[in-house]
Design a protein around this ligand. Structure first.
Ligand SMILES: NC(=O)c1ccc[n+]([C@@H]2O[C@H](COP(=O)([O-])OP(=O)(O)OC[C@H]3O[C@@H](n4cnc5c(N)ncnc54)[C@H](O)[C@@H]3O)[C@@H](O)[C@H]2O)c1
Length: 407
């Protein structure tokens, strides 16, 4: 039976962006880590990157050089699955591709001792399908870290249909030990956080087609208190990710909401990493600079898509983006993919930069009054259609004078 105490050694697969942060989480908390990648160069770069991160921490006097060396020494690297045989927990963080993940879980299942827990850091893929590649589906789950993984506090612990309770409990406790806010999530597309984010993103783009500018949208949402507006976030994540996956899937231009992204990518404006995306960046700087050309391109795209532009106020931008989060949060509760509204709030506070003073999207909805929220969502449904169909649990609570959260 898995328990917090039974997890003593951890394997990590994949030495890219996420793997590096995940490894640091475990070695920082004292766990020895065996780190596997098919590409030896990625492992070397990964170790180098970790050393540099620790050097900065030493310079900031967060810990001393001995501690930094001890942390690096807890890591051993390999390309052989046999070296993972004795691990108690393995976290996979390779490319977001189902066939690749299934192949890796099949290999892990053969190579790693029968009692070990196998976790995936997938953002969207079906945990049950990944678990089906093993003979131990009860010991398979999602451990979804957020980028940068050694800094962001949120960890979604994703329950597959076969995941055993002791496995979930052990991982929730390990999550705590490595300093995370661990939240139990169900296995739906995007789990809690990214499923809600896709609705928020859609609204952030719709309002631009209707007449706002990306800069205005960010200003409005940052004014509400979000740590970073959505367009700044797209630049950080990489504007090209969606564009490349649309191309791979043969989806052509996609819906009008992504035409502006397509246009930027065709100009090789991929975001921060290329020095230009929705915003401009000075060489070596992450400071987002407003680019009026982006506003012009946004207007062109909207015209091409047949929209008549109008003035969209900041209040409307905030209302639509935040209520999109609230309504999807309501659906997630209805469908049982989150255990409580408080858990949804924790996801948004610790993973998505939602303003602390507002308590999270569900607490914010409570503070407005669910009757007011429902009325606003119904108005949007009347003017904008199906997207805004109110969540059943929101309607029920609003009509009964109840709240999402307990206090
Ligand atoms: N980047 C993010 O912001 C983010 C956030 C949360 C979750 N995720 C998820 O984390 C996972 C990894 O994302 P990433 O951004 O770190 O990817 P990445 O492209 O930076 O790194 C992927 C790594 O996997 C390695 N790899 C590929 N095939 C392999 C194999 N067969 N065996 C071993 N290693 C192999 C590659 O060499 C590379 O080092 C994905 O599932 C992604 O959806 C990413």
């Amino acid at each position: 039976m898995a328990s917090f105490e039974s997890i003593k050694q951890v394997g990590v697969i994949g030495a890219g962006t996420m793997g590096r942060g995940i490894v640091m989480n475990f070695v920082n908390a004292g766990y020895p880590v065996v780190w596997l990648d098919v590409n030896a160069e990625m492992l070397e770069k990964g170790i180098e990157d970790i050393r540099n991160t620790y050097k900065r921490s030493v310079a900031q006097q967060r810990f001393d050089e001995n501690e930094a060396n001890a942390r690096v020494e807890r890591i051993s690297t390999t390309q052989a699955y046999a070296d993972l045989a004795d691990m108690d927990l393995v976290v996979e963080a390779v490319y977001e591709n189902m066939d690749l993940k299934k192949q890796i879980f099949g290999e892990l299942d053969k190579a790693v001792k029968a009692s070990a827990i196998l976790a995936t850091n997938t953002s969207y893929l079906d945990i049950d399908e990944i678990a089906s590649a093993t003979q131990r589906p009860a010991q398979v789950l999602g451990l979804h870290f957020f980028s940068p993984a050694h800094i962001m506090k949120l960890l979604e612990v994703v329950r597959g249909k076969a995941t055993a309770q002791d496995v979930l409990d052990a991982c929730l406790a390990v999550g705590k030990k490595i300093g995370k806010e661990a939240v139990l999530a169900g296995n739906c597309h995007g789990f809690i956080g990214n499923r809600m984010l896709s609705m928020y993103s859609r609204q952030s783009r719709e309002v631009v087609l209707e007449g706002a500018t990306p800069w205005q949208v960010d200003q409005a949402l940052q004014g509400f208190g979000m740590a970073m507006g959505p367009y700044r976030m797209y630049d950080v994540v990489g504007v090209d990710l969606g564009w490349r996956s649309r191309q791979l899937a043969g989806q052509g231009r996609g819906e009008p909401i992504v035409w502006l992204d397509n246009k930027l990518c065709e100009m090789e404006r991929f975001g921060q990493k290329s020095g230009h995306g929705f915003y401009k960046y000075e060489p070596g700087s992450r400071q987002a600079i407003h680019d009026p050309e982006t506003d012009m391109l946004a207007r062109e795209v909207a015209e091409e898509a047949g929209y008549t532009q109008r003035d969209v106020g900041d209040e409307e931008i905030v209302r639509r983006c935040i209520l999109a989060l609230v309504n999807e949060g309501g659906r997630i509760l209805d469908e049982g993919f989150a255990e409580s509204a408080e858990d949804i709030d924790r996801v948004y506070l610790y993973g998505y930069g939602f303003p602390k003073e507002r308590g999270g999207p569900m607490s914010y909805a409570d503070s407005l009054g669910l009757d007011v929220v429902l009325e606003q969502i119904r108005e949007l449904e009347a003017s904008q259609g199906e997207f805004w169909k109110p969540a059943a649990g929101l309607v029920k609570r609003a009509e009964a004078g109840e709240r999402f959260t307990k206090s």
